[in-house]
Design a protein around this ligand. Structure first.
Ligand code: GDG
Length: 485
């Protein structure tokens, strides 16, 4: 049993200033936290990350609030300038748009890269201070792609593993990145690289072949192997899942059933269609609204019989592009409602706020159709959560973008190209008329997949792939100690 050191940009604990000298610490309860926290407690471990507030961290209140976590919590401090250039800058104005194939949205500012490296070095210092030989070190996501390189430069030889939650782009797009070589070399300092899908893995290997002629991709089945600078790096696809049982149980609760009934009662005679997304241009919200407008134009039968509930969770509003993007959504909602609403029917119900968990589950449970149409997405958990919450008659139907990672697993969904608004409009009409039997048959198959390949399965598969590496690195470390003596 290796000790687990988990590293992510954000900690599962968020600090907030409540007064001049007062702080509150809240626990975020996402799927990742619920899957990884028990593993950390069981094996013993440490979670390293940023608590979400710029400036110095008040150590005593933070240590007090996280004392009972069941694992060690190590906060990394970021100044305001570092947050702006590392988090908003390189991570979210360079890597995020580029890796979602939206290179025109990138802001390739050279100083962002320098700060990105400096902040990754800060994380590396924290890891180096807390790790021991034989630890299993697992870094998460695009904010921390340079952390292994920074650790190697500090003489850390432990097994280092990494999981990318967002897509990896094809070479033609990756090639636009000014730091393409440096970033790939930094990634190859990890021992195991995990991607969401086979598509991302393929793209990554293609970029390695094209950008680093001295690296060799070895023929292998299963986990892929890359030889570079005398080391062998493994890479594989590990599609992330959700805590299916907790969503299913939550959706079946009395409170959620009551809220779902109320929601349905508010729209008598209508099929409810749901969109739930963070405010992000990669989620395809304007395209979806346009597709719905085309569906209403083309198919009169939908008018007065379908309602789109679109929930948008505010996110990264400090970045100007996100602000402008919200304006676009507001205008499209206004335009569609202005054109089609009647005295008794409003086509789009728009919520720009976060729903509480029971409300979210009630929306999943109540809506007959889910529209999950990102332009590109690493996985998209909303698609899986919707399936888990279809507990009443198992007859919800999912319209899913072919460019969401989830499409590799959820083949029984109605797959669409989100850029093709006419195709999405026709898919809306098709599912509106789909028989109950077909809806149930498709949903049954999807629920089986989402249940089987859940978040615990994901953690297990990744740890299993990495455990041999950790054992090997512990042996090497003990040989190194013997030699030094
Ligand atoms: C990244 C990758 C990958 C949404 N609205 C509300 C709410 N949510 C929750 C959902 C879901 C999560 O937020 C969104 O997850 P996604 O997977 O859809 O998207 P990202 O945030 O972009 O996540 C993505 C993921 O990492 C995991 O690897 O799938 O591709 O981009 O869990 O439930 N939760 C609440 N109220 C809301 O209004 N409570």
């Amino acid at each position: 049993m290796n000790r687990l050191i988990l590293v992510s940009n954000r900690l599962p604990f968020a600090l907030e200033r409540a007064g001049t000298d007062e702080w509150i610490v809240t626990l975020s309860a996402g799927g990742l936290v619920s899957a990884l926290a028990p593993v950390l407690r069981g094996r013993g471990g440490t979670w390293i990350g940023w608590p979400g507030v710029a400036g110095d961290i008040p150590n005593a209140p933070f240590a007090e609030a996280t004392r009972d976590a069941g694992y060690e919590v190590v906060p990394v401090a970021l100044s305001e300038a570092e947050r702006d250039e590392f988090y908003y800058g390189y991570s979210n104005e360079v890597i995020w748009p580029l890796f979602h194939d939206l290179q025109n949205f990138c802001h390739f500012e050279p100083t962002f890269w320098e700060t990105y490296k400096a902040v990754n070095e800060r994380y590396a210092e924290a890891i180096a201070r807390h790790c021991q030989p034989g630890d299993f070190i697992w870094a998460h996501d695009y904010h921390l792609m340079y952390v292994a390189q920074a650790l190697r430069e500090r003489g850390v030889h432990a097994a280092l593993t990494f999981f990318l939650h967002i897509p990896f782009p094809p070479f033609d797009i990756f090639a636009k990145l000014p730091q393409q070589q440096r970033l790939l070399r930094a990634l190859l300092q990890f021992d195991l690289l995990g991607f969401q899908t086979r598509r991302d893995l393929r793209n990554f290997l293609q970029c390695v072949r094209r950008v680093l002629p001295d690296a060799e991709v070895l023929p292998s089945s299963g986990l892929q192997r890359i030889r570079s600078s005398g080391r062998t790096i493994r890479a594989g696809s590990f599609p992330i899942g959700i805590d299916f049982e907790s969503f299913e149980k939550g959706a079946a609760s009395e409170e959620v059933a009551r809220r779902a009934r109320e929601l349905r009662a508010a729209f008598p005679g209508c099929q409810l269609m749901l969109g739930v997304d963070r405010l992000d241009y990669s989620k395809g919200i304007p395209e979806r609204l346009r597709a719905f407008r085309v569906a209403l134009e083309r198919h009169q039968e939908l008018r007065g019989r379908v309602v789109l509930i679109q929930a948008v969770v505010p996110s990264r509003v400090e970045i100007p592009r996100y602000h402008e993007f919200k304006g676009r959504i507001d205008r499209l909602v206004g335009d569609t409602n202005g054109r089609f609403s009647t005295d008794t029917w409003l086509p789009v119900h728009y919520r720009f706020r976060s729903l509480d968990r029971d409300d979210l589950l009630a929306h999943y449970r109540a809506c007959e159709i889910a529209l999950v149409t990102p332009l590109k997405d690493g996985m998209n958990l909303v698609a899986k959560e919707y399936c888990a919450c279809c507990v009443e008659k198992n007859d919800g139907v999912l319209i899913l973008s072919q460019f969401a990672g989830a499409a590799e697993q959820l083949k029984p969904a109605v797959l669409v190209n989100p850029y093709d608004v006419e195709q999405v409009a026709d898919a809306i009409f098709k599912v509106f008329r789909m028989s109950d039997a077909e809806r149930r048959a498709r949903m049954k198959r999807m629920r089986r997949i989402v249940h089987h390949e859940d978040v615990f399965w994901w953690v297990d598969s990744f740890l299993k792939a990495g455990s041999q590496l950790a054992a090997r690195s512990a042996q090497t470390a003990s040989r190194r100690r013997v030699k030094q003596r």
